[in-house]
Design a protein around this ligand. Structure first.
Ligand code: NAP
Ligand code: MG
Length: 462
């Protein structure tokens, strides 16, 4: 057990204002592995003041120099990949292989992509008789969740730094350790004091203080729709910019011409990865009635193979919540064909990889975000029916379409109300804009579209 001290503010670890601490628990065995200070309004205020003071110089730093600092940051993240992976596994519970490939690997790619974007971006353009400047928005307050703890921090920090913004990050209370590691990496990369600041703490205290701080110009939030709605209201009331990455209930649409086994196996892997704690997971699989029984059998067999290899969910509250949804699914008439409410291990926050068949579109498990390893398989009659079901939730974050022919899949994907669609198992692209239609959010992250969120325009007419 390690008792960590301090907040990273103005380029140094300085003592927290209060005495409260947060216990960090390993979800695999419920052991307390560390404590971190619980930030207060005073800590947030000190961090925002440091970010404000550092803003003019960082905003005026040539983009090529900001790019060089981001390259250095990328290199530090790369050099520390093992330590990052072990830390995420300890506080999130994800299997080490996933932590290495995704939790430690993706942030390296994203930091690298923003080093390149900062170097090449047109921060000034000519429009008719005007010159348009793309200037940093200012001080950013970033509030991040635990599910991809380092990725979510880097997906906000890297574009903010590329744009010339300074920021204060409030990471999730469940995963503060990798956030602290990241602050060390920022320091090692030579990013000037005050440009990046970290305050660990509880959402309703430190998170809320950050969102409400009058000297924060943009609030960038990723997490639940319930908290996102509150933050949106606070930011709008204070006329701040706001970006919200919220929940999802994405559809994996298997058209009749698809390679069924591949579509189902990749679909199940997508949902079970990270124990189902992925906002863009394809938690609803839509299959034509003629191939439905075969798909259900394949999905059940695929899920059974995972057992406890997917890792636990993050905490007891999430475990109870996910189990509650599994019980609700049964109560509403869906049929469990793999897994169920019983945990595969006694100690730790484990949930069995679960597949439901005979799920109808209006059931709770087909409408609400479960955020656990639970897949619903739904039946459709024809393409219009599939589209109606796919688009029939309040969310619109991601999705997938499978067909024998790519053009057929694309034609369907064009009609989906969602921000990203993977065609026949397309690969993750760190440069593609990520973000939601409908109640999945406001704004985009990653790539040039993610950078634009941190910029505001000024135009000179000649
Ligand atoms: P959450 O409460 O929305 O947490 C996200 C972040 O917001 C955390 O840093 C949290 O701090 C902070 N926060 C909480 N209340 C706040 C407030 N009143 N003001 C400012 N910040 C606040 O999400 P969660 O409780 O960890 O997870 C619940 C559900 O959210 C999940 O089941 C899932 O459906 C959804 N979720 C979605 C995503 C996504 O990527 N879209 C990610 C994670 C969770 P604390 O850590 O201290 O709570
Ligand atoms: Mg919470």
């Amino acid at each position: 057990m390690k008792a960590h001290d301090g907040m990273y503010i103005d380029g140094t670890w300085r003592p927290a204002a209060g005495t409260g601490v947060i216990e960090v628990v390993n979800p695999a065995d419920e052991e307390v592995i560390a404590t971190v200070p619980a930030g207060t309004v005073e800590d947030v205020d000190a961090a925002v003041r440091a970010a404000r003071a550092a803003l003019p110089a960082w905003a005026a730093t040539p983009p090529a120099e900001r790019a060089a600092r981001l390259t250095a940051l990328r290199d530090v993240l790369l050099a520390r990949q093992d330590e990052i992976a072990r830390t995420v596994t300890a506080e999130l519970g994800s299997p080490l292989k996933l932590s290495q490939a995704v939790h430690a690997g993706v942030p390296v790619a994203v930091a690298g992509s923003y080093a390149e974007l900062a170097a090449g971006y047109a921060f000034e353009e000519r429009v008719g008789n005007s010159t348009v400047l793309h200037e940093p928005v200012g001080v950013v307050g970033a509030i991040t969740p635990w599910n991809y703890p380092l990725h979510q921090i880097v997906a906000k920090t890297a574009p903010a730094l590329a744009a010339g913004c300074t920021l204060v990050v409030k990471p999730a209370e469940d995963t503060p350790l990798v956030a602290r590691l990241f602050a060390d990496a920022v320091h090692e990369a030579g990013i000037p004091a005050g440009v990046f600041n970290l305050v660990t703490g509880l959402g309703p205290v430190a998170g809320q203080a950050l969102a409400e701080h009058p000297d924060v110009d943009l609030v960038s939030f990723t997490g639940s729709t319930a908290v996102g709605r509150r933050i949106g209201a606070i930011a709008t009331g204070m006329v701040k910019r706001v970006a919200l990455e919220l929940g999802g209930k994405s559809a994996n649409v298997v058209l009749p011409s698809a390679d069924l086994a591949r579509a189902v196996n990749v679909g199940v892997a997508n949902v079970m990865s990270n124990s189902g704690q992925t906002c863009s997971a394809w938690t609803r699989m839509l299959v034509h009635r003629d191939r439905y029984d075969e798909a259900v059998e394949l999905a059940a067999a695929a899920a059974d193979k995972y057992g406890d290899r997917i890792g636990p969910v993050v905490n007891a509250r999430q475990r109870d919540r996910v189990r509650g949804y599994i019980e609700k699914g049964t109560a509403e008439g869906a049929r469990i064909v793999a897994g169920g409410p019983d945990a595969p291990r006694e100690k730790g926050y484990w949930v069995s990889p679960t597949v439901f068949a005979d799920v109808t579109p209006e059931m709770t498990i087909a409408q609400e975000e479960i955020f656990g390893p639970v897949l619903s398989v739904l039946r459709y009659d024809d393409e219009d029916d599939a589209l109606r079901i796919a688009n029939g939730t309040v969310y619109g974050l991601a999705g997938a379409v499978w067909a024998g022919d790519e053009a057929e899949a694309v034609a369907f994907a064009r009609r989906m109300d969602t921000g990203q669609v993977d065609i026949n198992g397309g690969r993750f692209n760190p440069l593609a804009p990520f973000g939601g239609y409908k109640q999945s959010g406001v704004g985009r992250e990653l790539g040039a579209h993610g950078l634009a969120e941190y910029l505001q325009t000024k135009s000179f007419q000649f």
